[in-house]
Design a protein. Structure first.
Length: 133
């Protein structure tokens, strides 16, 4: 199958053109470009634009049972501790707060993944997010 153009949109301007011209098919929304945005470090603003345009936040990976938040926090390496990464974490926490409790097929929530990997900075962001908003 052909890769949809939205998977190549690494800037907000390109993503907007794709959305405006509907250069995606509805079946490409699951799994959707949000997983690509997470995996390849696209700007948080691109993620936000796709979310605003109703790309599915609730889809779970069929093999792992991971939600988008699982996928994102599992990529929190030392070289990913930048503002863009933190913006995406906060964006997902804001747009899908119930997913913080999603249990994947390993029996882990996104917060469990963070704690297992000893990511204290991200753990603090996630646990304090709702009390600071």
């Amino acid at each position: 199958s052909e890769t949809p153009p939205c998977f190549y949109a690494k800037t907000i301007q390109t993503a907007q053109v794709i959305i405006d011209n509907q250069f995606y098919r509805s079946d490409y929304r699951k799994p959707n470009v949000l997983w690509q945005v997470i995996q390849y470090g696209y700007p948080a603003e691109v993620m936000e634009l796709y979310i605003q345009n109703k790309f599915d936040l609730k889809w779970l990976h069929p093999d792992s049972g991971d939600c988008l938040l699982h996928a994102l926090v599992s990529l929190f390496y030392d070289d990913r501790k930048d503002d863009n990464f933190i913006k995406k974490v906060k964006l997902l926490l804001t747009k899908m707060p119930d997913k913080i409790n999603t249990i994947n097929k390993k029996g882990l929530t996104p917060l469990d993944v963070v704690q297992k990997d000893y990511n204290k900075q991200l753990e603090n962001i996630m646990t304090n997010f709702y009390t600071s908003e």
